[in-house]
Structure formats: C-alpha cells, structure tokens
Design a protein around this ligand. Structure first.
Ligand code: SF4
Length: 505
C-alpha cells in the first residue's frame, strides 16, 4: 500500500544575506525600463551594494517561465520568472549552482494584493526548485513602506535613504523618458535623441551614485523634498537635449500607452516592442510613467480612511496627512518636469481618474491597476491628451480582464474613443499588432483632420508656419515647450501656438 506524506505549507523564507557578504554578493533586479534600472543601479551603488540589472525579458524567458512554474499564471509572471531562471542557469553553467547561490541574491517588489502579484515569489520559488537552484536567495520589497528595515541577515537594509533614492531615481527616469518620447518622432537628425538619452542617463546614473547622504530617517525625506541636487542634474540633461533640432510640423497621432504595470513599463519582447513599433508606424507615443503608479499607491490608503470617517475619530486627520504627502509628491515631480522645461506631461490627478472611472469601475477593486485603466483612457480622450489609447493586457490577468469588460461600457457611452486593447501573451504578435494597426489608421486620419481644422481656423498654411519657425530657431529646439492648446496632436498644438504668438497673444 502506498503512503502519502503530506507536508504543511510554509511560506518562503530565504537563507540570510549578511552584512559581511555585501562586497562579494551581487543584487539582481529588473522589470522596469532601462533608464529607471540604470538610475536604480546608481542608488544601490551609492548605498554600498553591488547590483546588476537583469537583461530585458525575452520570448525564450516566457517559454522557460511557463515550463518551470505554473503554466496558468499571467504572462508577466512567466516572463519575469523565466528571465530570472535563464540568467541563473547561464551563470550556473559558467560557475556552478553553489557559486551562483553564494554570489547572487534577487530583490523584487512583492504584495499581498488581489492578483498574481501577491504570488510572484511563490512562482520564483517553484521555478528555482524545478531548476535545482533552491539555495538561491530572493528578497521581497513591500510597496508601501518607506523604511522597511534590514532583511533577513541584515545584508540588505531597505531604509529611508535607500527608498528615497529609489523613488527619486524613478521620477528622474520618468521625466527623461517622457521628454525623449516627445522629441524622437520629430528629430531632424535620425538617432540623435537616442544618443542624447544614453549620455543623459549615464550622467544621471553618476549623480545618483554620488548622491550626498543627509540623515537616516526623516532628515533624508526632507532633504529629497527640498534639495536642488536632482533639479540641477536634470538642467544639465536639458542642456544636452537643447542641441536636438526638431520638426514638429510632422503630423502624427498621439498614442497613450496604458495597461498592466509590467507590460506598460518595459520596452522589449514582453510587450512586442510596442513603443518602437508605434513610432516606426508614424505615431508619437505617450509612455506610461511609473510616477502615476506611486501616486496611486498613495491614493489607496486615503480611500481606506475615507470609509472610516465617522468611525475612526482620527480618520480625517490621517486623510489630511496623506493628502499633504501626496501634494508634496506631485510638487516634487513638477520641479523635475520644470527642470526639463516643463515639457514632460503632468501627472493626471488621481481623484479625477477615480471620478471618471466611477460609473464603470469601483475604486475599491484594487487588483492590478484598479480603476486607473478606465480613468486614464477617459482622461486622455476627454482632455485631448491623445488620439488613441493602446492598452497592454496580459494573458491570464484577472484585473485587466475586468477593466476591459468595463471599457465596453465606456465605448458604449463614447463610441468615438479610439481604444486598442491588445492581449499580450508572447506568441501572438501578428494578431496584436495588426489589431493595433487598424485603430492606428483611424487615429492617423483624426490627427490629419485636426491639423487641417486648426490651419483653417488660424488662416495659416504649412509654408507660412515653417517660415515663421525658420525665423525663430529657438522654436525648433527640442527643449522649446509648445503649450497644450486643447487639441491632441503636436503639430496642431504648434499651429495654434504660432497663431497666438503671431497675434501677440
Ligand atoms: S495585474 Fe495581472 S498581470 Fe499583473 S501581476 Fe496581477 S494578475 Fe498578473
């Protein structure tokens, strides 16, 4: 007779990573876009750690993730699991499995959220067991703690200076990325923007690596909020962008990227290289900055306290304190935007996103991006921030499936809203891109129509507009800010702006 031995479930606990190991152990991390990862690497180095960015996940990583962990998991889990496993396997071949476990640790964000995100580390653990690398150590970073203290063994200390550095690195990477995507489609010399961005990111990496240390707790928070250290660094980046000549009279549809956090943030196979593909198809991309997600994380506890008003006597006080913190955050982001000439887009107001999404999606459904996907699509449409929204929807993602269902109601109410939800599962690229192309064709027509309408409205012709720009070379610089004039396209906004300038308004 066969006996079955039942083992009780135990949550994953890594073996300790001690302080003494810091100078010989490399911390692996990844999952964002390359600019943010490079700046974060500077922060790790500034805090005395050795850190290495994992390569961007590839299609092979997706297949590995499906093979070594749960096949039914959402595709970002498969991509990131396979990515880690393939890197470690490669290293194990080179130096052996025991040495890999000694030389590397992995750090990733974790959560106890309503979706797969709460189980990522279990997927990693299963995958490592299935690969014979169970001795490898992983550490989870909570998303909601500024000062999380030392991890098991004390080798990794998620303290206030580290968290503040990481947040500011993300914000700086965001504003640079946003500027880059507004410049590249209009650059006169092909490839110049990419070169300036590469140099700028290296310059900022150095600024983060050399960041002064001011205080261990609230002193560090205060310093980050008040210093002009990062503003100065970004002014230097602006000076570099200044050398790029642009032709903003090229008529292009603006495509807002939304979707699940990982898929909208990375640039590569995990989202079919959608950013570059859209640009190659003639679009201007409005990327999804990580700063919006951090703002959303601040909204969540505020919403929680709002429901305790009348029950918890300090609820209003807690709301006021968190709202103040959120305002300071928005103010800090705007300072960084201003250092780049105010060109990077402003953050959408979280409470406006909630209000817009409210008829279709309840704000307490907080899995994935919660009500933000619906809110952002409506915000971009109603405020004329983009001609179309491209939503990157992961295969097997429960929260995203709910958003797409809710969007059916939105489209019913606003049939004119151009919305392309693309199911991303790694192996259906042609389907996803051709679907996107259909909506993009309509977006191109809209951008052209909008441009012709503003020409007619202002009485300008493209030739006269160009002659005016030739007479004002400062307006042909990448750092010249064209204010938003209530239309979506860059060329249309420029025509309206030129008309006002000519009329002395
Ligand atoms: S939001 Fe969706 S894709 Fe992202 S971790 Fe959760 S289930 Fe997976």
């Amino acid at each position: 007779m066969q006996t079955t031995v039942l083992e009780q479930y135990r949550t994953y606990t890594p073996k300790p990573f001690t302080k003494d190991e810091r100078d010989r152990v490399t911390i692996l991390f990844g999952g964002l876009h390359w600019r943010a990862e490079r700046l974060l690497q500077g922060v790790f180095s500034n805090m005395g750690y050795r850190a290495q960015v994992l390569p961007t996940a590839s299609r092979e990583d997706l297949l590995t993730g499906r093979e070594v962990a749960d096949i039914g998991q959402c595709c970002p889990t498969s991509f990131t699991t396979g990515n880690l496993v393939n890197f470690l396997r490669g290293e194990a071949k080179r130096i052996g499995g025991d040495e890999v476990a000694r030389r590397y640790v992995y750090i990733t964000a974790g959560s106890c959220g309503a979706c797969r995100f709460g189980q990522y580390h279990q997927s990693y653990e299963l995958a490592l067991r299935n690969t014979g690398l169970e001795a490898f150590r992983m550490f989870l970073l909570a998303q909601d703690g500024l000062d999380q203290g030392a991890m098991n063994g004390g080798g990794l200390d998620i303290n206030m200076p580290f968290t503040m550095g990481a947040v500011w690195a993300i914000l700086c990477a965001d504003v640079v990325q946003d500027l880059e995507y507004q410049v590249r489609p209009y650059e006169v010399v092909a490839g110049q923007t990419d070169q300036v961005v590469r140099e700028s990111v290296e310059y900022l990496h150095e600024a983060f690596r050399m960041r002064p240390h001011r205080g261990q707790k609230w002193g560090s928070l205060l310093w980050h909020l008040t210093t002009d250290y990062f503003v100065k660094a970004l002014r230097e980046v602006r000076r570099r962008f200044d050398a790029i000549e642009v032709d903003r009279l090229r008529v292009k549809p603006v495509v807002k990227i939304t979707g699940e956090f990982y898929l909208q943030t990375v640039e590569g196979d995990p989202n079919y290289n959608i950013h570059r593909w859209l640009e190659a198809e003639g679009a201007e991309v409005s990327p999804a900055v990580v700063a919006v997600w951090l703002d959303y994380l601040m909204r969540l506890p505020i919403q929680g306290f709002e429901e305790y008003v009348g029950i918890d006597r300090y609820a209003r006080l807690k709301i006021a304190a968190l709202r103040t913190l959120q305002k300071l955050y928005g103010w800090s982001y705007n300072r960084l935007r201003d250092a780049l000439g105010g060109i990077p887009h402003e953050l959408p107001d979280q409470y406006e996103l909630r209000r817009l999404a409210a008829p279709y999606f309840h704000h307490r459904l907080s899995g994935g991006e919660g009500d933000m996907l619906v809110g952002k699509a409506l915000w971009a449409y109603l405020r004329k921030k983009a001609h179309m929204t491209c939503e990157l929807s992961p295969y097997a993602c429960m929260p995203n499936t709910m958003s797409i269902g809710a969007m059916a109601g939105v489209i019913g109410r606003y049939p004119d809203l151009l919305y392309a939800p693309l199911e991303i599962k790694g192996d259906a690229e042609v389907h996803a891109l051709s679907r996107c192309q259909m909506i993009l064709t309509e977006a191109k027509k809209r951008a052209q129509r909008e441009y012709e309408e503003v020409l007619e409205q202002t009485g300008l012709t493209p030739e006269r507009a160009r002659a005016y720009l030739d007479a004002h070379p400062e307006m042909r610089r990448a750092t010249y800010r064209v204010p938003h004039q209530g239309v979506a396209g860059t060329a249309a906004n420029l025509i309206l702006h030129l008309a006002r300038r000519r009329n002395g308004a």
